[in-house]
Design a protein around this ligand. Structure first.
Ligand code: NAP
Ligand code: HSE
Length: 445
């Protein structure tokens, strides 16, 4: 084999980035791999659409089966998105024994186990570096570089669109809807941008990282997900006054130790807690300075200690860089006849559990809109005190008696379940004029 032929299904933002990356660095890759890479077929939805990267006649098709079934295509690259047709594409290619490269985190989150099983059955491989954190090689880091560690915590900014929106809201006072449109124009957002702003895309990614780190596939419904739609410019402003920056975080942490198990060979693994939510990050922490569409993932291993991986998390070129890396691995595996040199995922933990967010103990920022009149604050403080929840500080800008004013409460460590119940009671007080806004504080110590 002198040349490896690639079939792309999807030629949009990421597909276009891969095509231009191959045009730019194809010769470099060939000299590094000892084989040249050639794009044999590209499937798109609309074959008449004009595209920034010119392709030879006959390469483009509107039918993905022509890519997967083409005997000259050695590696199939799924860059179309979605979970229905994309699943068919990946399964069909694997069943033909063709290695598959994908950037599709939604697909892996929902169908990862099925796809990995099919890859094993077919004796081929599934590569997915581009599915998490764009150009940051975090899959390789967890699967290979940190394989000798127990991962104690992962905390990351893993959605470029949300980070871009929050950054511009903070630095420019820009409006959420306008910045989201810019993120779409720049190719950061998903085709369905609610996947980004409602936290689901980050959940797909943190679920993949949690699964790799803990050796069992975390199901999407086991992940607590909150997005950024409810973040008000006031929250960004008050967080700044208090020395924090609001970031959408994906977090995997170890839950409380359940003690020794009855299992013969030692302690039952600690449950893990997997979640996505906006959080106040201290400005002194490096994650607070990760701006625009950049991502960063902080991984704490029991041997290595703290590590940090930073880079562009979304967009054509950043993502294409990871796809090219997978194409290089797939090419070398084909060349060396070692299709499963590094299996895509190893399930090694059969007794792990995921604990609900209610069990989590955290600190909180709470913003209330309350009528400025005597006795109101005493009622709020009373509800918190009865729930065993302590206030660490209060900000109340001066207002006019009888008018609604914002009140900011910083709350000491408290269980999520207790906090949720207390805020429901506070929200029902007649003097509280809107649903209380609650954002967790993540000291990331
Ligand atoms: P996109 O710009 O919307 O491109 C999707 C491509 O798939 C388009 O070329 C589209 O054709 C084609 N397509 C859609 N349905 C098809 C079908 N039934 N048959 C054949 N082709 C079809 O999306 P994208 O941003 O490149 O994202 C692609 C994947 O990469 C998604 O899974 C996404 O989550 C993931 N990803 C994206 C980024 C990013 O920054 N954008 C980063 C990491 C991962 P037309 O061009 O004719 O519409
Ligand atoms: N929509 C995703 C993001 C693309 O904004 O992070 C990269 O996965």
């Amino acid at each position: 084999m002198q040349q490896v032929n690639i079939g792309l299904v999807g030629g949009g933002t990421v597909g276009g980035g891969v095509l231009s990356g191959l045009q730019r660095n194809g010769n470099l890759l060939a000299s590094r791999l000892g084989l040249s890479l050639s794009v044999a077929r590209v499937a798109v939805r609309d074959v008449r659409k004009s595209r920034p990267v010119a392709l030879p006649a006959g390469v483009i098709t509107g039918d993905w089966r022509q890519v997967v079934d083409d005997p000259s295509v050695h590696i199939v690259t799924e860059l179309m998105g979605g979970t229905t047709t994309a699943r068919q594409v990946v399964l069909a290619a694997l069943r033909r024994g063709k290695p598959v490269v994908t950037a599709n985190k939604a697909l892996l989150s929902s169908h990862g186990e099925e796809l990995f099983a099919e890859a094993a059955r077919s004796g081929t491989n599934l590569y997915y570096e581009a599915s998490v954190a764009g150009g940051i090689p975090i899959i390789k880091v967890l699967r290979e570089s940190l394989v000798g560690n127990r991962v104690q915590r992962i905390a990351g900014i893993v959605n470029g669109t949300c980070n871009y929106i929050l950054t511009r809201m903070k630095l420019e006072g820009a409006c959420f809807e306008d910045v989201l449109k810019d993120a779409q124009r720049l190719g950061y957002a998903e085709a369905e941008p609610s996947l980004d702003v409602d936290g689901h895309d980050a959940a797909h990614k943190i679920g993949i990282l949690a699964s790799l780190a803990h050796g069992f596939w975390v199901q999407p419904e086991q992940i607590h997900v909150e997005g950024i739609r409810h973040i008000d410019p006031l929250d960004i402003q008050f967080a700044g006054q208090l020395g924090y920056t609001i970031k959408l975080l994906g977090i995997v942490r170890e839950g409380p130790d359940p003690g020794k198990s009855t299992r013969r060979n030692g302690a039952r693994p600690r449950p893990i807690q997997v979640s996505v939510y906006p959080a106040l990050v201290p400005n002194s922490h490096v994650l607070a300075s990760v701006n625009h569409a950049f991502n960063a993932v902080a991984v704490r291993g029991d041997v290595v200690g703290d590590t940090l991986f930073y880079g562009r998390g979304a967009g054509a070129d950043a993502t294409a860089s990871s796809v090219l890396s997978d194409l290089a691995d797939a090419t070398l595996d084909l060349k060396n006849g070692s299709h499963r040199r590094v299996p895509p995922f190893v399930a090694h933990e059969g007794h792990a559990t995921v604990s609900p967010i209610e069990d989590l103990v955290s600190r909180y920022y709470v913003r209330l809109s309350v009528l400025d009149r005597p006795g109101v604050f005493a009622r709020i403080a009373n509800i918190l005190a009865r729930s065993g929840i302590g206030i660490s500080s209060i900000i109340q800008p001066e207002g006019h008696v009888g008018e609604a004013v914002p009140v900011i409460l910083m709350i000491h460590d408290a269980p999520n379940a207790a906090m949720r119940r207390a805020l429901q009671q506070i929200g029902r007080l007649p003097a509280v004029k809107s649903t209380p806004a609650m954002i967790r504080v993540e000291p990331l110590e």
